[in-house]
Design a binder for this molecule. Structure first.
Ligand SMILES: [Zn+2]
Length: 184
């Protein structure tokens, strides 16, 4: 089991549109990466994780949905696209790349997504509620869009100082880590 480091707001990989996956090219490495991603999600208690959040410029994500009295639903979305979207909901959202930050974001309440699964087979997912929110959040990541980009203008303005501070803190953390690494 290996837990991957999750990239934080301010790291460039989170702001770019991820490269489309050529399944044949990554199928050998994919099972290991997916296992790490689910292990990471289990360890930090998240709902979804995009490959870009562990520093990979690749268009795929994992989503884990808790089900009552059933095993968690673990979904792999490779090259996902929203095929249909409808309705609206407004709910609290967080992101593993912004630890401790939560804000209300407007999302579609129902979506249909098309993607490839972990075997490279095409799948179609109809989702609503929390599940729909998670899928939209992860596809956004793959487009380089972060949940704070979805906030109403005034909220974004209010949060700006907090975000700037977080960016500086994480930058310092990363720099000290780099220093440690170069000492070894
Ligand atoms: Zn996120």
């Amino acid at each position: 089991m290996s837990i991957r480091r999750i990239c934080k707001y301010g790291e460039k990989v989170l702001e770019k549109s991820a490269r489309k996956v050529d399944f044949e090219k990554i199928k050998k490495d994919l099972p290991g990466i997916l296992k790490d991603m689910f292990d990471t999600l289990d360890a930090v208690g998240g709902v979804g994780l995009a490959a870009s959040q562990i520093g990979l410029d690749l268009r795929f994500a994992v989503v884990k949905i808790k089900k009552e009295n059933e095993e968690d639903l673990r979904l792999v979305l490779i090259n996902p696209e929203l095929a249909e979207k409808s309705g609206a909901m407004y709910g609290e959202e967080g992101c593993l790349s912004f630890p401790g930050l939560f804000a209300k974001v407007k999302r579609f309440s129902r979506v249909k997504a098309r993607a490839l699964n972990e075997k490279g087979l095409p799948i179609e997912i109809n989702a609503e509620g929390l599940f729909a929110k998670a899928i939209q959040h992860e596809i956004d990541h793959l487009d380089g869009v972060l949940f704070v980009d979805r906030l109403p203008f005034m909220t974004r303005m209010k949060l700006k100082p907090v975000l700037m501070r977080l960016k500086r803190q994480w930058k310092k953390m990363d720099e000290s880590k780099l220093k440690n690494n170069s000492n070894q």
